[in-house]
Design a protein around this ligand. Structure first.
Ligand SMILES: Nc1ncnc2c1ncn2[C@@H]1O[C@H](COP(=O)(O)OP(=O)(O)OP(=O)(O)O)[C@@H](O)[C@H]1O
Ligand SMILES: [Mg+2]
Ligand SMILES: [Zn+2]
Length: 456
């Protein structure tokens, strides 16, 4: 194991992943894990039941990564993603280092006496998450993830990198262990006041990430580790993240509307139509090179501009994905979107927002959208209607009245429209979201409830 120092500067020196070794990747088409994949659960006890196969896997890891067992005691395997395996481990040398990443310790020390503090830190085991990045990952990807995490150190609600090690071709990242619950355990029961808190945590993380000019690219429940008991969430997994502006080339969405109209009127497609062809047909001999754009992410969470191969994607792609999480919570359906590929995903979005909106959105990025599937309406459906339908409230109530969303759900839907805005330039930013009444009021209604209880 190379070195044991914990300062970030030294950490990066430990990493023998040099820029020179890095090959330019061609078009990135990374598909992150299925949104349904297993995610780690909160487990407090250090003596957990582990399956035999997991125990064998941990043994192999310890044997191959020489020296790791001196620093960490592996406890369990908590995540198996597309790009890594994550283990829960006890940090055996916690007391030898400066642990300013440890928020639990910081919070404890606010409230406890010095004697309790000493007792706690001496006896309580300290857990970390060890992310074993698959050796098949390209050096550029590994370097990128650690480099971005280093830039994001000290960002609220972003799980910090404690240190990283390399042994031969194996790289591990060490992160604080974030207690959380599996999204599938709570998404059906989360009430609107709790949603406000969940998203305040998520947008606090995204505000820092976006201010640093970084796109996370893979916002989804398994990458936001939320602990409902502590009302705290931490953003993880910067494996697909990138700096805004990477490989940008001009997309029609950055042109003025006149210039965009001119471009569309003089496009190959317009010439094709002018030659008397049908709108749903395409040129036989099209010698334009195919369009390339980063489409990395997880199906179901990709923003329309990602699906439409926008070549100037911005941090706002993450806000759309956050919107998909809110839609999931309000509709109590997970995963909400479940497409086989990008075309399917575009059609799923069309089934909600309608053909007209999708045609406009596509043209924004210089793309033409046509579908001959008759069941998609031109105007689409309102999100209210979708949520009522998804929660079996589309019929009438006992008084024969049409069922309605609760006032707080209506407020949530208004906010959802700002996240699931198809034009990225009009979509709400993380900073604005935190000031939006839906989020700014987080915690108020819980206090109101508590006040009412006190009165009772
Ligand atoms: N700091 C942490 N504390 C607790 N659990 C964690 C931590 N980091 C990761 N995990 C668990 O491991 C899982 C996988 O981690 P991560 O998303 O970083 O890896 P990945 O290989 O990129 O995964 P995927 O391809 O599924 O997105 C997470 O969903 C989570 O359940
Ligand atoms: Mg992940
Ligand atoms: Zn664009």
């Amino acid at each position: 194991m190379a070195g044991v120092a914990r300062s970030y500067k030294q950490n990066i020196e430990q990493m023998v992943v040099h820029q020179d070794d890095i090959r330019e990747e061609e078009e990135t088409l990374d598909e992150s894990g299925d949104p349904l994949d297993e995610s780690g659960q909160t487990v407090d006890s250090s003596e957990e039941e582990i399956e035999e196969s997991v125990a064998e896997d941990m043994q192999r890891f310890e044997d191959s990564f020489v020296g790791i067992n001196k620093r960490f005691r592996l406890i369990n395997r908590i995540g198996e993603g597309t790009f890594s395996t994550v283990y829960k481990a006890e940090d055996l040398e916690y007391n030898r280092y400066n642990n300013n990443w440890d928020i639990d310790e910081k919070e404890d020390s606010k409230w406890s006496s010095p004697a309790t503090k000493r007792r706690n830190s001496r006896h309580r085991p300290k857990y970390v998450a060890i992310k074993k990045i698959y050796v098949t990952s390209s050096p550029i990807r590994i370097f990128n993830e650690l480099d971005l995490l280093r830039d994001l150190r000290n960002s609220e609600n972003v799980c910090p990198l404690i240190t990283a090690f390399r042994h031969n071709d194996q790289v591990i990242a060490v992160l604080p262990y974030c207690q959380h619950r599996d999204f599938r355990e709570y998404f059906r029961d989360m009430k609107v006041p709790e949603m406000r808190i969940y998203f305040r945590n998520l947008f606090t993380a995204l505000r820092s990430v976006h201010r640093a000019g970084i796109l996370h690219r893979d916002i989804k429940p398994t990458n936001f580790l939320y602990n409902p008991e502590h009302a705290r969430g931490m953003l993880v997994d910067f494996g697909l993240a990138e700096r805004e502006g990477t490989d940008w080339h001009q997309c029609a969405c950055t042109l003025s509307s006149e210039d965009r109209r001119y471009k569309i009127q003089h496009s190959v497609y317009a010439a094709h139509l002018n030659a008397g062809n049908q709108p749903s047909s395409y040129p036989k001999n099209d010698n334009r090179s195919s369009r390339r754009a980063n489409r990395a992410g997880t199906r179901g969470f990709r923003a329309p501009e990602v699906l439409l191969k926008c070549t100037q994607q911005t941090t706002s792609i993450d806000m759309w994905s956050a919107g998909v999480i809110l839609l999931t919570l309000l509709s109590r359906r997970f995963p909400f979107f479940h497409s086989a590929d990008d075309i399917d995903a575009l059609l799923e979005i069309t089934s909600i927002f309608g053909r007209k909106k999708m045609r406009e959105t596509s043209l924004l990025h210089g793309q033409v959208f046509e579908t001959n599937i008759p069941s998609y309406s031109d105007q689409g459906h309102s999100l209210e209607k979708i949520i009522l339908w998804a929660t079996s409230r589309s019929g009438k109530d006992e008084n024969g009245e049409k069922q309605q969303l609760l006032p707080e759900e209506k407020e949530a839907v208004e906010f959802l429209y700002r996240l699931m805005e198809c034009d990225p330039a009009k979509r709400i930013t993380a900073d604005e979201a935190l000031r939006h009444p839906f989020i700014a009021r987080a915690g108020d209604d819980i206090e109101e409830d508590e006040d009412a209880l006190d009165l009772v």
